[in-house]
Design a protein around this ligand. Structure first.
Ligand SMILES: [Zn+2]
Length: 132
């Protein structure tokens, strides 16, 4: 069952709002490497290592942000091009629960299909702890 015009409008507004919020956060600020030659030593090496680590984390975050905006754009395009499919899982074509759509307005799949498609998610999470 497709969303009603009213639901579709609310869904579109939620996506537009989320998109604006995501973009307003901007690219995470990346601190330049320390090039202060006057202060060298162990403490500075630590700071350098920390700075490099933060850059790695920030660049991951920026990639995640770009990916999120791309997914939101895709969802917005779907509302324009294929409104009768909005709110349906792209895999099993069952309606995505309203609560899930509200939490993840750019969701393409129901929770069951998402977890089937995304078995590596746990591994990705494990990777980020490699930084710590
Ligand atoms: Zn599904």
């Amino acid at each position: 069952m497709a969303l009603t015009a009213k639901q579709l409008k609310a869904h579109k507004d939620a996506l537009a709002k989320l998109r604006a919020e995501t973009l307003s956060k901007g690219a995470a600020k990346i601190e330049p490497n320390r090039t202060d030659e006057a202060s060298s030593g162990v403490a500075d090496e630590d700071a350098q290592a920390l700075s490099e680590m933060l850059q790695a984390i920030n660049s991951n975050r920026n990639a995640g942000q770009a990916q999120l905006v791309a997914r939101i754009d895709k969802a917005l395009r779907k509302i324009a091009d294929d409104p009768e499919m909005v709110g349906l899982c792209e895999e099993c074509e069952e309606p995505i629960p309203a609560a899930r759509l509200k939490a993840v307005p750019y969701a393409q799949f129901c929770a069951a299909c998402q977890s089937k498609r995304d078995p590596a998610r746990g591994m990705a999470r494990k990777k980020t702890t490699d930084f710590v």
